[in-house]
Design a binder for this molecule. Structure first.
Ligand code: PGA
Length: 251
């Protein structure tokens, strides 16, 4: 494994460091495929990318994107859907071609057909060049929740209670949080040429230690990333405090 760990002194610093990695990928490969993530963590990185686009330093004209996941039952019009999130937090503010952006369709009548279509689409694009990931408190990546097995392909998942509770902050009540989602599988994530894992805040310090240095197990889905040949971690000091304490030789 080559794991590169970048430590930002705070969220803004981490976001800027992460944005540099995305920017370098887009600059070197203007027609790259970006794997994108939602959640609170990547928002600062997206804001930085928008600033560089506005300054004329970065163009997304020929970039393609595939998002990790979407809630089942929510569509682009719903302000809690991940399609809406991506439009609001990134796509509407840069020159990416909307037809080059993909998010699983949470309103598909046949969800298993939608999972198959999504995998075919990723394959047709030639796979992901840089996959951005957040990490759940329980170690999920995308919506691949702790489980007995690593799900390889795009799949329909029932959200863990911990995830429903963690995501309730984005909804008016916990009852409104969808109970299931479509998520890109571990295989598509692991086949990305490079992975950029983001983590911010004290609340992520235990799971970051477990994911990066604990046993590789589907009970901590992010632990599979230890096997990726090109893993880049961007965290702030709080999220990486256990990692820096337990592995001082790396820093
Ligand atoms: P967060 O979510 O960025 O809002 O912490 C991460 C995740 O659940 O993957």
């Amino acid at each position: 494994m080559t794991m590169k760990i970048m430590i930002g002194k705070d969220y803004a610093d981490m976001s800027r460091k992460a944005a540099h990695v995305v920017s370098a990928t887009v600059t070197l490969h203007p027609d790259c495929v970006l794997g994108l993530a939602t959640g609170s963590t990547p928002i600062g990185m997206y804001q930085q990318l928008i600033k560089w686009y506005e300054a004329g330093d970065l163009s997304f004209e020929t970039v393609q994107s595939v998002n990790l996941d979407e809630y089942v039952g929510l569509g682009a019009e719903s302000d809690q859907s991940y399609r809406y999130f991506m439009n609001e937090n990134l796509f509407n503010h840069i020159n990416i071609n909307p037809t080059h952006t993909s998010v699983p369709n949470g309103l598909a009548a046949d969800i298993s057909a939608e999972c198959e279509r999504y995998d075919r689409h990723i394959d047709e694009l030639g796979g992901v060049d840089l996959q951005v990931l957040g990490i759940g408190n329980n170690g999920h990546i995308g919506f691949n929740e702790p489980s007995e097995v690593f799900e390889k392909r795009t799949n329909h998942v029932h959200l863990a209670q911990k995830t429903i509770e963690a995501n309730a902050r984005f909804f008016t009540s916990i009852d409104e949080v969808p109970k299931s989602a479509v998520t890109m599988g571990i295989k598509s994530i692991m086949q990305a040429k490079a992975i950029l894992l983001l983590a911010s805040g004290e609340g992520k310090k235990e799971i970051m230690e477990a994911a990066l240095f604990g046993p590789i197990t589907p009970k901590v889905p992010a632990s599979i990333l230890q096997l990726h040949p090109n893993l880049i971690v961007a965290g702030d000091e709080a999220a990486l405090s256990l990692v820096t304490k337990n592995h001082p030789e790396l820093f």
